[in-house]
Design a protein around this ligand. Structure first.
Ligand SMILES: Nc1ncnc2c1ncn2[C@@H]1O[C@H](COP(=O)(O)OP(=O)(O)OP(=O)(O)O)[C@@H](O)[C@H]1O
Ligand SMILES: [Mg+2]
Length: 287
């Protein structure tokens, strides 16, 4: 059994054991009461599943899975699975040149979409350690995540969240660390990715990242990736920024380009999109 499978199993065992924990007030020893309370809190975090009612409306693959916008993510999913499955390129990073271009929304929708299609575990990792947002889009507030795992203060079983959305497992970012680039470039991160890659050959790991032009974090992360889904925000991303960003991580093959937030008047399917104020449009891609 892989490290991740063991961690998930442990998380579920922990979940089952919650009911055996004594209420804190029945313990006389104050110190152990506090540590048990911490332990209990951590177990609750692991056990938490996502409430679809709390999911942000832009995560359309959860909130409106049969919509035309969700359909665009299914097209991206189909292309990625087609191009990567045969040679096990299953570790995929989502990034963009600058901030707020739609990386996190794309990561969330892509991961949910793959989890809905395949009867496998899909792992969604919030690897934007500075400005994590995936947990907010899923309407949850986990205390710990990748940051604590990489710093060695938490085990994987304590930070993985079974979402209840297909077989999607979520690894949140945790508390912003002082040294995100170093953590993302660390041997522990490399080993985690290697473990995921070798043990989860037919499963996908989608990593949300920070913008390529703003910090060194995405570049550090990209070294261990099989492929990049590059997000471009229609009307906002300058061509020179996109080219510069892609040059900065040219060692990582581009497996998809997402044109996000396409105005309706630019869409070929204007009428189909007329009920949406937003859209994601997979404009082009290169293997
Ligand atoms: N297609 C879209 N239509 C409308 N709003 C969108 C769309 N995609 C993203 N947004 C909104 O734009 C904002 C930024 O999106 P998102 O968090 O996905 O970007 P990001 O690139 O991950 O940002 P950051 O660089 O801060 O990590 C959010 O408020 C999100 O709801
Ligand atoms: Mg983001």
């Amino acid at each position: 059994m892989s490290k991740i499978e063991k961690a998930l199993q442990k998380a579920m065992e922990n979940r089952g054991s919650q009911q055996h924990l004594e209420p804190a007030k029945q313990t006389k020893d104050v110190e152990s009461t506090e540590s048990r309370a911490e332990e209990y809190k951590a177990l609750l975090e692991v056990a938490k599943e996502i409430d679809p009612a709390g999911v942000d409306k832009h995560v359309v693959c959860v909130t409106d899975p049969y919509s035309l916008v969700a359909e665009q993510y299914k097209r991206l999913r189909a292309k990625i699975i087609r191009d990567t499955a045969k040679d096990n390129r299953n570790i995929i990073m989502v990034s963009s040149a600058n901030m707020s271009e739609g990386k996190s929304i794309t990561s969330a929708n892509l991961a949910v979409s793959i989890a809905q299609e395949l009867d496998h575990t899909v792992l969604l990792v919030d690897a934007d350690l500075r400005r994590p947002s995936l947990h907010k889009y899923f309407g949850i507030n986990p205390q710990y995540g990748l940051s604590e795992y990489l710093q060695g203060t938490k085990e994987l079983s304590e930070v993985l969240i079974k979402t209840g959305v297909g077989k999607l497992v979520f690894l949140p970012a945790g508390q912003p660390p002082e040294n995100p680039s170093e953590l993302l470039a660390s041997a522990r991160m490399r080993d985690l990715i290697k473990e995921m890659k070798n043990r989860y050959k037919d499963r996908y790991v989608i990593l949300d990242s920070s913008p390529i032009l703003v910090t060194a974090d995405a570049i550090a992360l990209s070294r261990n990736m099989d492929g990049l889904v590059f997000v471009v925000q229609s009307d906002n991303t300058h061509k020179k920024d996109a080219v510069k960003a892609l040059n900065m991580i040219k060692g990582t093959p581009v497996i998809g380009i997402v044109m996000n937030d396409v105005p309706e008047y630019l869409s070929n399917e204007k009428d189909d999109y007329s009920s949406y104020r937003y859209g994601s449009y997979i404009k082009s891609s290169a293997a």
